[in-house]
Write a protein that binds this ligand. Sequence first.
Ligand code: PHE
Ligand code: NA
Length: 452
Amino acid sequence: MTTPHQPREQWGSRLGFMLAALGSAVGLGNIWRFSYVAGESGGAAFLFIYLLCIIAIGLPILMAEFTIGRRAQSDVVGSFQSLAPGKPWILAGFLGVASGFIILSFYGVVAGWSIYYFLQYVMGGPPVSGEGGSADFFINFHTSPFFPLLWQFLFMAITVGIVYAGVKKGIEKSNKILMPLLAVLVLILAGYSMTLSGAGEAFNFLFAPDWSALTDPSVYLAALSQAFFSLSLGMGALITYGSYLSKEEKLPGAAVGVASMDSLFAIVAGLMIFPAVFTFGIAPDSGPGLVFITLPDIFDSMGFGVAYGLIFFFLLSAAAVSSGVSLLEVAVAYFMRRMGWTRQKTAIFIGSIIFLLGIPSSLGLGVWSNVSIFGERDIFDSMDFLASYIFLPVGGLFIALFIGWGWKKADALEASNFGDTVIGNIWLWILRIFAPLAILAVFLYSTGIITL
Ligand code: PHE
Ligand code: NA
């Protein structure tokens, strides 16, 4: 027996929706993932392609997700089902739920590191000294088998707690204060970082493109994946969030706001991190640990560094929670409806499974580091690869095609609030032709099926 139909939850206001969507977008992706991927992919040339991907592909698909969710008023699977019953689009829904599981499983590992660093600063700062000290400290910590799991568990527990509390009381409330604070702090730190001796080199690295980097096909896929990851696209997080929005609210402004704030965040984070990279002689391609090695060096070198460290890692952890919440909500919304379970039970159950799923990613960086799944990639990188390089872009492709070809033109234009305007028509043609071809081209080119 399922309980009699309760009205579906909704956001308290349009602002609440925007902040929640922004909370989903702004997270570890902007600071942790952006900096290490940019560092590995050559800096400015990567940044250029990344921004192109955001504007020409990401933003239109972001609008598409809001539009689908708000029209269907259902979770990611239910949305495709109710808008196109009996059609194969529903596969994109299942892909989205699967992506939620995979991404949150390794996202929780890094979020756990952030919580651990926060507590280190509460206790006076990590005990690092001398050249390479912060790198050694990070390596010792994140390769140890047990402790990282503890913090990952704590992160998952907080995330589950917020989803448990519901759309309005949990998700909407938690973002209103923390996001602006994080933005201010990143700006302050970037300002300080720009006074370091490596700032000039960092500036060149980030803004003076070495176009020869673009002859490496993998840069395009790295940029496209980062655009999807950072905007929370391709897996229905924003379909799900859009589904809690009432029909009266306008969508395009919210989409532009989220995409531009998210990109700005990443750029300023780059200005915070790369001066330290060059000042303290850290390799830009140090991989997923980059932030956890550079930032302690920044804090160590500045007055009141411990206080800055404490506030920073608190805010980074909070940003990770607000993104984690959106990842969990995709699966929770689906299973609640599908199984007829309560929100509370579903949140705990799915959250536990995702925590367990994340354990191998954490161990894969330490005791299981000789295990690789895709190519040379360890378990952690393989999860990221599967979700960010494959599931998200493929999900985005489906979403674009769904609105572009699966809907009537007038319907799509009306549901999006664009109406029959020039911009609306451009949006539709991007979803119909440009975005799908661009995604396919990047895929084929980068994976070497086509070599130019
Ligand atoms: N956008 C989030 C970040 O940048 C991560 C995320 C990806 C969240 C996909 C939801 C869905 O950290
Ligand atoms: Na982001």
